[in-house]
Unconditional design. Structure first.
Ligand SMILES: Cc1cc2nc3c(=O)[nH]c(=O)nc-3n(C[C@H](O)[C@H](O)[C@H](O)COP(=O)(O)O)c2cc1C
Length: 202
């Protein structure tokens, strides 16, 4: 079935850049990413929806040589060179005490009380919504002309101790390198199935 086009849809070039031609990179060109670009990613990703506007992600942008070395020591062998060579790696953490911020983030009702005393519910909410925010980060970076390399191959306890130790309610969800991808670092695109394979309209 052909795609239905809406009059507000993005151009084919934009869809290529964000989805169809975007890849997850393993290696990076020797080209810096500025702090202004990281602010630009945040200023887009923060607009993505989260439950009750809870915005549970707490992001640490690993950019200095010292921080990269510290992070490389926490990731799987296959990921060490990836974080060492990337201009930036974002650590997408999640704050299980996100509800403390709800009086100003969701001011029209007392949403904080929904979560008080429900640590299991907060954990599920923080994981679900920080995962979404990580996805928004990938889309925002691509929209701004950058490439990404998400990773879950790391020792979470080690990352938490090294980067979130002073805020123990924040724990890492996943990490994502950002830069200008080296095309020679990736293999061919893995299969992406047609609609009928994994979808049902009921
Ligand atoms: C949450 C997440 C974790 C991932 N973890 C790793 C990882 O630890 N190491 C790695 O090399 N790639 C990792 N990847 C990259 C995936 O293998 C890659 O996105 C997938 O094969 C699709 O590749 P493509 O985006 O180039 O089509 C991860 C991707 C995601 C979204």
């Amino acid at each position: 079935m052909p795609t239905q086009y809406h009059d507000k849809q993005l151009s084919g070039d934009a869809l290529d850049q964000i989805f169809r031609e975007a890849r997850s990179y393993n290696g990076w060109l020797d080209r810096d990413v500025s702090d202004a670009q990281l602010h630009g990613i945040w200023d887009l990703l923060k607009m993505g929806p989260t439950s009750a506007n809870m915005l549970p992600a707490r992001i640490v942008w690993v950019k200095s040589a010292e921080a990269k070395a510290k992070l490389a020591a926490c990731v799987s062998d296959g990921n060490k060179s990836k974080v060492a060579s990337a201009p930036v790696t974002a650590l997408i953490g999640m704050d299980i005490d996100f509800h403390e911020q709800l009086p100003w983030l969701f001011p029209h009702t007392d949403a904080k009380s929904w979560f008080e005393g429900d640590e299991e519910g907060r954990r599920a909410g923080a994981f679900r919504n920080s995962s979404l925010q990580g996805a928004y980060l990938i889309i925002a970076a691509r929209a701004l002309g950058l490439d990404t390399g998400p990773m879950s191959g790391f020792d979470a306890d080690a990352v938490n101790a090294a980067f979130f130790g002073s805020t123990p309610r924040v724990t890492v969800n996943f990490i994502c390198s950002i830069g200008y991808g080296d095309p020679s670092s990736i293999f061919g695109r893995s299969p992406r199935p047609d609609f009928g394979t994994f979808n049902t309209i009921v």
